[in-house]
Design a protein around this ligand. Structure first.
Ligand SMILES: [Zn+2]
Length: 314
């Protein structure tokens, strides 16, 4: 039996898994910290892939979820701000030379969208939007039953659309992007500012908060924490209303750590969508839901990427 290797290069964790054909249960799975400060991420990734390699078995291909903008046709990581030396890195070439097997590389958010579409909350949908909301906001689009890549393979950067002119500075340096208003650190920063300005809350002042902490406070009825999620949900809803007008999806799937807050975020999004989408017909059969795959979205997406592209090139 032949096997697939899936690699997920996360900001904090490198993951690798080996899947037998026709099974979503890995025969071997392993992870290690990314340690982005060191120059050794690439050899450690190769070592990690070796650690899950099936002994004496054939491998049909390797799928890779890679950070930052990626040229999927060349398999090149164009820019990875958190990984020194990874700008313009020909990752596909490096891995296929190391392992002598076909390698498929794509942007991690696009890969997670594929995973949710093929194996998760998006199964059966031909048009869907996937947003991952955690430290940053990324995304992927399935349109007419295909991943939307765009002319340079860069489509789906839905975290970097302007939703508040002259708003807070984004990680990319532009102002007012969705990521600067609704990512985990952005939600925390807003709450910290409100606390400094004297807002009433049970959350501690003068410490660095996490979105998870704020979600817990909101669930306990803290009005500032609830307002923080309503605000983030309103910006997400405004951006999604635009994407929905353009793409007319039948599913919108929210993944990433912040989306685990569930209804805290989904309720304000629904409210804004009703107000801002062009016609209620866009919402009639729309499923708005949290992602199903959790931490394994990257690995299962990388599996879907490798299997799908191998099928196409066969
Ligand atoms: Zn941005």
């Amino acid at each position: 039996m032949s096997h697939w290797i899936a690699l997920d290069i996360g900001g904090t964790t490198l993951r690798a898994a080996c899947y037998p054909t026709d099974s979503l249960t890995p025969t071997c799975i392993n992870k290690t910290p990314t340690q982005p400060a060191g120059p050794e991420t690439l050899p450690r990734l190769i070592e990690l892939a070796r650690s899950v390699w099936p002994v004496g078995q054939a491998v049909a291909g390797i799928g890779v979820a890679a950070p930052g903008p990626v040229d999927p046709s060349a398999g090149v990581v164009l820019k990875a701000p958190s990984l020194p030396g990874w700008d313009n890195l020909p990752l596909r070439q490096i891995l296929s030379e190391a392992f002598q097997t076909p390698v498929y590389v794509a942007n991690d958010a696009n890969v997670a969208a594929l995973g949710e579409w093929v194996f998760g909350a998006g199964q059966g949908h031909q048009d869907l939007i996937y947003l991952t909301i955690s430290t940053g906001i990324g995304g992927g689009v399935i349109a007419n039953g295909q991943i939307l890549l765009g002319a340079n393979g860069l489509a789906g950067e839905m975290g970097h659309v302007t939703v508040l002119a002259d708003g807070p500075v984004c990680s990319c340096g532009r102002r007012g992007h969705l990521e600067a208003l609704a990512s985990g650190p952005s939600i925390a920063r807003w709450v910290e500012e409100q606390l400094q300005n004297g807002a009433k809350s049970n959350l501690p002042q003068g410490t660095q908060l996490s979105a998870w902490q704020i979600a817990a406070a909101a669930n306990a009825g803290d009005s500032l924490a609830i307002a923080a999620f309503e605000r983030a949900g309103a910006y997400l809803g405004a951006a999604l209303a635009i994407f929905i007008n353009i793409l007319n999806p039948s599913a919108v799937i929210l993944g990433g750590g912040v989306a685990r807050s569930g209804e805290l975020l989904l309720a304000p999004i629904r409210k804004v969508l009703k107000r801002q989408v062009y016609s209620h017909h866009f919402l009639d059969r729309l499923k708005l839901t949290s992602a199903a795959l959790g931490d394994e979205a990257g690995l299962l997406g990388a599996l879907a990427l490798a299997q799908g592209l191998a099928e196409k090139s066969a």
